[in-house]
Design a protein around this ligand. Structure first.
Ligand SMILES: *[C@@H]1O[C@H](CO)[C@@H](O)[C@H](O)[C@H]1NC(C)=O
Length: 315
């Protein structure tokens, strides 16, 4: 009897730990074969930049755990992340300080539960003189960025460029920054992106700026203290926006004449500037995947409680 119950509890602990580090993406990143990162590979814990670079750039799949702060030199270095990787904070204190990540054509990558940033240059707070992103993706595919804290970057916090596709960005905090989250750098209209339950806080522009996106699904985000503009349907983007909570945001919803927009259920609290009107035919996200929409009035509470790195995500 004792043996059985000991075995049972061992299995329980094991399965919780494994599931927590091996979670898979929802939204558009769940399509095209899904986004599992390094789930089929070995788990390694890294404490140095050299080991992070070695495993992130390896040909084989890896789950790469970071449980403490790794200082990146020289400042602004974007570490190459190859296909089939999960880079995940184990506990709430995993941090990549003074650098970021570059996914150059990579497929099936998860970046989760990490603090990333602090590449801003003191005499250039707007990031005009360098291209140091927290996460840069060029023609990447199947990427899940989840429960990260992205702050004070040298250029963008997230730059999703050149037809990066099947991207889900969920439960992140993006704060204290100028050019927050840019999507585009392409004339093609192919990208499909889900952006939900993120906290944009004390930021200026690109929250996000969504250029030439075939399907942009934004829901349950919480924008707070935004000084330039909030969600922007740009170029030929088709954007479905649902139940977003905008607070103290200038120009909460922006749209180019060439873009389409279907926004519903938003709350605008103490906002200024313009709210673009809906126009054009916009896709229905339910035709692509299932998702649970939270009530807009509950969004600040849910997002503040749940966004950013959490101790219980990957033990
Ligand atoms: C917005 O999209 C929903 C879901 O597809 C649809 O039911 C609704 O009619 C659309 N509204 C507008 C104004 O297009």
């Amino acid at each position: 009897m004792r043996t059985v119950s000991a075995l049972f509890s061992l299995c329980t602990i094991f399965s919780i730990a494994t599931a927590a580090c091996n979670d898979r993406a929802d939204g558009f990143a769940s399509l095209n074969g899904g986004t599992t990162g390094g789930a089929t590979g070995k788990e390694v814990t890294v404490t140095t930049q050299a080991d992070l670079e070695k495993y992130a750039g390896a040909a084989e799949p890896y789950i790469i755990k970071i449980s403490s702060r790794i200082d990146i030199t020289p400042k602004g270095t974007e570490i190459d992340v190859a296909s089939d990787k999960t880079i995940i904070g184990a506990g709430a204190n995993g941090e990549v300080y003074g650098g970021g990540f570059f996914l150059d054509g990579s497929k099936n990558v998860i970046i989760r539960n990490l603090k990333i940033g602090n590449t801003v240059v003191a005499d250039d707070p707007d990031g005009k003189t360098q291209d140091w992103d927290a996460i840069q993706m060029d023609t990447a595919s199947n990427v899940w960025i989840d429960h990260c804290l992205l702050e004070k970057g040298g250029d963008g916090l997230i730059d999703s460029r050149e037809d990066t596709n099947f991207l889900t960005v969920s439960y992140n905090i993006l704060r204290d920054h100028n050019k927050v989250f840019g999507i585009g750098w392409t004339d093609n209209i192919v990208a499909q992106i889900t952006i939900h339950h993120n906290h944009f806080q004390n930021v200026n522009q690109r929250n996000p700026s969504t250029d030439n996106v075939l399907h942009a699904h934004l829901y349950n985000n919480y924008l707070q203290k935004v000084t330039s503009y909030g969600h922007y349907s740009r170029g030929h983007t088709s954007m479905r926006m649902e139940n977003v909570f905008f607070e103290q945001t200038k120009n909460p919803v922006t749209k180019d004449d060439t873009a389409s927009l279907n926004a519903s259920g938003n709350i605008y609290q103490d906002c200024t500037g313009d709210i673009a009107a809906n126009s054009g035919n916009v896709f229905d996200p339910h035709e692509f995947y299932d998702y649970q929409l939270d009530k807009t009035e509950d969004v600040p509470g849910i997002v503040v409680a749940q966004a950013g790195p959490k101790a219980d995500i990957c033990q």
